[in-house]
Write a protein that binds this ligand. Structure first.
Ligand SMILES: [Zn+2]
Length: 271
């Protein structure tokens, strides 16, 4: 599943290859992903210039003069940049052709992604309006997490994976950051001190930044054709490591299910 670092790398790739290019054609090959494809699009995008690309949580925002295409890659979405004459692949649902002979292809076998049009301020779109602060931006720190968690009994892992708390912390990075902060994923969110939330906010920033830096290295070697290189090797301490010795104390890593998601932790280092 594309997580925040993969979406950030996708954003950077599209920014460096398609910004300032004009749309020549929009071709949809399905009517429906998670929402109707291009729902709300009543503008003709033909001849419009891509002004810039932004990321908000795990959403990509393609900004044009009359509005914004909002894309979420869902469970299995990926974007390729091809020359316009490259043939379509199975599960390609959208093609945007650009000046310069390029074509952006959105591929999504499981169809949990979405592509919608926002004519007004995209940050006020119902999909984005309720999102919490960016984990790598201002307004996200230990004090914020501490304040927001008071009186909440839900597990801290669920708390930080809630996009209303913070935008775009997915399962892998929730597991990893809780390990780095030494916090048990099942601990009640309202029962964690401010000092520990400071460590957790720092850990979230660190694990995301480290992954983005790895992706950036791979992106530098990308020639601008084909699938955007979002499958970079991650340095993981607990995720997927059940039974392996903890990097800190050698206790075997435990695995449980929480909210249907695989959850990994060290029962000795995380309290
Ligand atoms: Zn340990």
């Amino acid at each position: 599943m594309p997580e925040l670092p993969e979406v950030e790398i996708t954003k950077r790739a599209i920014s460096s290859h398609l910004v300032k290019k004009k749309v020549l054609a929009v071709s949809a090959f399905t009517e429906m992903l998670r929402l109707p494809l291009m729902d709300g699009l009543d503008e003709d995008l033909h001849g419009r210039t891509l002004l810039h690309v932004e990321r908000r949580g795990k959403y990509l925002l393609f900004r044009f003069d009359p509005g914004t295409i909002i894309i979420h890659l869902g469970m299995s979405g990926s974007i390729r940049i091809e020359t316009s004459d490259t043939s379509m692949k199975k599960h390609d649902h959208l093609a945007l052709s650009w000046t310069g002979g390029l074509s952006l292809r959105l591929n999504d076998p499981r169809r949990f992604g979405l592509v919608v049009w926002a004519s007004g301020d995209p940050l006020q779109h119902p999909l984005l309006k309720g999102l919490g602060p960016e984990p790598l931006g201002d307004g996200f720190d230990g004090e914020y997490l501490f304040r927001r968690s008071r009186g909440r009994e839900l597990a801290v892992k669920r708390f930080i994976m809630d996009s209303h708390t913070v935008a775009g912390v997915g399962n892998i990075y929730a597991n990893e950051s809780l390990f780095h902060a030494g916090i048990h994923p099942g601990r009640s969110a309202g029962n964690i001190s401010q000092a520990r939330y400071h460590r957790l906010a720092e850990a979230i920033r660190e694990v995301l930044t480290r992954a983005i830096d790895l992706g950036e290295k791979k992106l530098k070697r990308w020639q601008g054709k084909g699938e955007i290189p979002t499958r970079f090797p991650l340095i993981l301490d607990v995720y997927g490591k059940d039974g392996e010795p903890c990097n800190r104390c050698r206790t075997p890593i435990s695995q449980i299910r929480m909210d249907g998601r695989s959850t990994y932790f060290c029962r000795k280092c995380q309290r």
